[in-house]
Write a protein that binds this ligand. Structure first.
Ligand code: ATP
Ligand code: MG
Length: 678
């Protein structure tokens, strides 16, 4: 594309961002305002005007999926694979491998089963999940917090580590030692090692900075201090840095991201050009009106034509919701055209399974990107084997495979279409790798592939996309279904602090702003987690969007009134017999408002221990961290009050309606059976 074409159709602020020269540039703007568009156009425009050599550009983002989106957009602008685009980890790994090769050091192995490794390296104590401990270690490392600093930093940040802060600091040290001893590295080690090399070897740092002279970062609100540190080393003292982001879409705070690095960018960068974009080019005015209720600051000016009124539907249970979503998808397809114009977004990965199964049962093709992707298919695995075996010239081999692919006849069978799509996906990944590694090699490719989530390889089949709110960031679809809008999912049960709850609201904002035309929201009044359905409450965050929808006019004709069905389903839940133990029956016979326990420290202590053990079992059974079940604070309140009936239980801080319906019976039985835990 020529330079004029590249800037045609941009608004004034976008044009300023694309063509700004000189110092650092920061673009801060809401969803769908064209930030990613501006970033990719700027790269293409600078190349087209001979200002920039494409091989000197490095475009960074945070997830494989987002990096894929960047590369896809660069390709549609006519840039083949000469621009390097990747995640911080992916790029760091390529550089480290070169360095190891240059120095003839055997590269360390990438540690991919970290939980198991940690559990073996450090004795965590019974009932402590290694993955919880790892999450906390990752948070600390993302924030550049050393084991010595951990205790204080964690207290300041209001963290609730799964073991004591001192123990955690200890485990951090042991985990690092054990990795070193076994010569293994995890993803954060890649960033730390890359920083160390750049710091300790000025000549090498100069060479790296020369190679990538133009740095740009998409979704900058999600950068964490460790990544920022690496970025600063990559950049050195050169001014050329272009970042775009939206603090309203900061959703990785729990992971250690620091949105302030975006908010205060201009303050840290004297002479920075600051650009804000106020127009939205993605969504209908109706979608934007709804989204505005979930974000801070001024709303965006809509540029797309009117769309239908967004809908909210309550279903009696999760199965009915999945069926309802499938029906909506079919309805919308009559208008929208292809399946891939639609996506179903949910808060947690686990919710995707039921939806995927239901869509499959009902003949709606769906792609679930969090599962085993095409890289897992035997044919692709064998191609990877070929490409990465010793002595193979990766670039040549990939070129040969591509040439073969173009000479083949169009596939006729379904499996063959799929096989080809998988191979094409692999070839795209290989090209991505060739673009970032100046001296490609089989092991280098293998390492690059190992940094993939394994789930986000584009698969060409026409299918509805199923993904989480996190996975949907930066993407867009004409029709979006957001399902499972219940308290406990949105916000997620373990969001307790104001900061965590605010992040949940931003996450919901990210989800709804993916929609271009149609937006359908839904929730289920009952949901089965293990084997018994439990009652669910509508998400408190739905209040604003629902009000916005009613402002938009009368209900659409096709909306089903589920109220009666919900009432019936609630009744069924209430009528369900209590657990068939003797204790259960004894409890049921208690007077409705029995008084709370008297002051008895020994009984309180016993109750607390029993509650902890119970929580441990529940957490294991549902495969969630313990604090998702109930917080320590709630356990202590429970142990103190030892409520004997539901009304008293509901009065305990931390026991909301959903916890009450899920755990009520269990807790009352447990707290009123002294023989059990004496
Ligand atoms: P997010 O915050 O969700 O990542 P974003 O700010 O990166 O959003 P883009 O994805 O770049 O927004 O743009 C949203 C949509 O609007 C895209 O389909 C893009 O092509 C389109 N778009 C952006 N700017 C314009 C414009 N000036 N004219 C027409 N379409 C535009
Ligand atoms: Mg974007």
């Amino acid at each position: 594309m020529d330079a004029d074409q590249l800037v045609a159709g941009l608004n004034e602020a976008q044009l300023a961002a694309v063509t700004a020269t000189g110092g650092p540039v920061v673009v801060m703007a809401g969803a769908g305002s064209g930030k990613t568009r501006v970033l990719t156009r700027r790269i293409a425009w600078r190349i087209a005007t001979d200002d920039t050599d494409p091989t000197r550009v490095l475009a960074l983002t945070f997830t494989r999926k987002a990096a894929g989106e960047l590369r896809h957009r660069l390709r549609t602008l006519g840039l083949r694979d000469e621009v390097a685009a990747g995640t911080f980890h992916g790029i760091a790994l390529v550089q480290l491998r070169r360095r190891w090769a240059d120095r003839n050091t055997t590269p360390p192995a990438i540690l991919d089963r970290r939980s198991r490794f940690l559990a073996r390296a450090a004795s965590l104590g019974r009932g402590v999940r290694a993955s919880d401990v790892l999450a906390e270690i990752d948070w600390a490392r993302a924030r550049l917090i050393t084991p010595e600093q951990y205790s204080m930093a964690a207290a300041e940040a209001g963290r609730t580590p799964p073991i004591t802060a001192d123990q955690l600091a200890d485990v951090m040290v042991r985990f690092a030692q054990e990795k070193r001893r076994r010569r293994m590295v995890d993803f954060d080690d890649l960033l730390e090692l890359a920083i160390r090399d750049l710091q300790s070897d000025p000549g090498y740092a100069e060479a790296v900075r020369w190679r990538y002279r133009h740095l740009c970062v998409d979704e900058f609100q999600d950068v964490n201090p460790l990544q920022y540190e690496l970025l600063s080393h990559w950049r050195g003292d050169r001014p050329d840095l272009f970042v775009v982001g939206d603090t309203n879409q900061a959703i990785y705070g729990w992971n250690g991201a620091e949105p302030d690095l975006l908010a205060t960018f201009a303050r840290r960068e004297p002479g920075a050009t600051v650009i804000t974009l106020a127009d939205n080019y993605r969504s209908s005015p109706q979608v934007l009106e709804l989204a505005a209720t979930l974000s801070d600051g001024p709303g965006l000016v809509a540029h797309r034509p009117d769309g239908p009124r967004p809908s909210v539907t309550a279903y009696p249970d999760d199965k009915a919701e999945a069926v309802g979503v499938a029906e909506r998808i079919r309805e919308a397809r009559r208008v929208a055209g292809s399946w891939s114009d639609q996506a179903v977004l949910v808060r947690t990965n686990a919710q995707l399974l039921l939806i995927e199964q239901t869509l499959n049962d009902l003949g709606v093709p769906a792609r679930h990107r969090a599962g085993a992707g095409p890289l897992a298919s035997p044919e692709v695995a064998s191609l990877i084997g070929q490409l990465t075996s010793p002595g193979v010239d990766v670039a040549d081999a990939a070129a040969e495979l591509s040439a073969e692919a173009t000479m083949e006849d169009a596939p006729t069978s379904g499996p063959e279409v799929e096989r080809r799509a998988n191979r094409a996906a692999l070839l795209r990944l290989v090209n991505d790798y060739l673009a970032v590694d100046p001296a490609p090699s089989g092991p280098g490719l293998a390492a690059w592939l190992s940094t993939l989530d394994g789930n986000d390889v584009a698969d060409n089949a026409d299918a509805v996309e199923l993904t989480t709110f996190h996975g949907a960031k930066g993407l867009e679809w004409p029709v979006v279904h957001v399902a499972g809008l219940e308290d406990g999912f949105v916000p997620i049960a373990y969001a307790e602090t104001g900061g965590q709850k605010a992040e949940e609201r931003r996450l919901f904002y990210v989800a709804v702003t993916r929609a271009e035309q149609e937006l359908h929201l839904s929730w289920a009044a009952a949901r089965t987690f293990t084997n018994r359905p439990v009652g669910r409450e509508v998400s408190p965050l739905l209040a604003g969007p629902a009000a916005a929808i009613s402002r938009l006019g009368v209900a659409p004709a096709h909306r089903v009134d589920w109220r009666a069905k919900i009432a019936a389903s609630r009744q069924r839940l209430a009528d369900a017999p209590p657990p068939s133990s003797a204790r259960g029956r004894r409890r049921a016979a208690q007077p409705a408002f029995a008084s709370a326990a008297a002051d008895d420290p020994a009984a309180e202590q016993r109750a607390y221990q029993a509650l902890r053990q119970w929580r441990q079992r529940r957490a294991r059974a549902s495969d969630v961290p313990v604090h998702v079940v109930l917080s320590d604070r709630t356990l202590r309140s429970l142990a103190r009050a030892r409520p004997t009936n539901r009304a008293a239980l509901a009065a305990i801080d931390g026991i909301g309606p959903s916890k009450l319906s899920r755990y009520g019976d269990d807790l009352i039985n447990l707290l009123n059976a002294p023989a059990e835990h004496a």
